[in-house]
Write a protein that binds this ligand. Sequence first.
Ligand code: C5P
Length: 294
Amino acid sequence: MRVFLRAPAKINLGLEILGRRADGYHEIRTILATVSLYDHLLGEAAADTHVNVDRQDLEGEQNLVSVAARLLAADHPQATARFELRKTIPAAAGLGGASSDAAAALIALNRLHTLGLSNTELEDYGARLGSDVPFFIRGGYALASGRGEQLEHFSPPTPINAVIVTPRIAIQAKTKALYESLRQNDFSDGARVEGSAKSYLWLGDERLLVNAFERPLYDLAPSLSDLKPLMRRLGARTVALSGAGPSHYSLEHDDERARALAMRLRESIGLGADVYVCDLIPEGVTFMESVKQP
Ligand code: C5P
């Protein structure tokens, strides 16, 4: 048996950090939304787990697909598979690509070996792999609390385009480094994100798309602080930072406007960044209709 899944990226529609916790993690409030930018995972039951990635630098035991398979196999020794991972979501970009791939691996193994795990059980395994992983099991639109693994799902907002700009800049151990460089006044009480989640207030007020990582990110990589003003000059409506960056996005309400903005961004930034035009989508990892032969 073979399965073929698509694993979407996410953006954060606001991210507040409340403070450091006793376990070393940080208490956060963020709105997560899946977008139509996908990695693809092909899985086939096999005697041992092996993961092929079409990007050599992402291959190896530390790839979250491998880690997910090892985690599940500790409880379900039969849960092994040969995986082909085809990457489109840029890595370490604030778009949750590796977390989505890990969620896809859990869902694939559950199906391939008819383990019968519920979404809640898959989310529990996901939380042991990374704070963002549980969200991708159901995806859509959710308020995330705790370290990001406690989810309250709402129906996704009306059709919205996200024009995502991912600068080609690598920051070593970015998420951990940014969490560690937070200062007292980067922390807030989470009220803006909590208050805007259910009624989509961020749609009308860009200030609700706050992101506590902005200050430390721009300190670490000062050139990134030019991106928001550039996007605005080129006609972006609502601009915000996703996760720990470096991806920024603009929310647009019209396909044509979104594509025209993306064109201007590509012309202006050239090879300095990748630009994607996406929709917010109502689901997380999903099975594809047909299995394409590799
Ligand atoms: O959960 P995940 O493995 O993605 O987190 C990577 C690192 O980011 C953690 O080791 C931790 O240092 C930091 N982190 C945090 N608070 C969170 C999520 C992550 O401090 N809510």
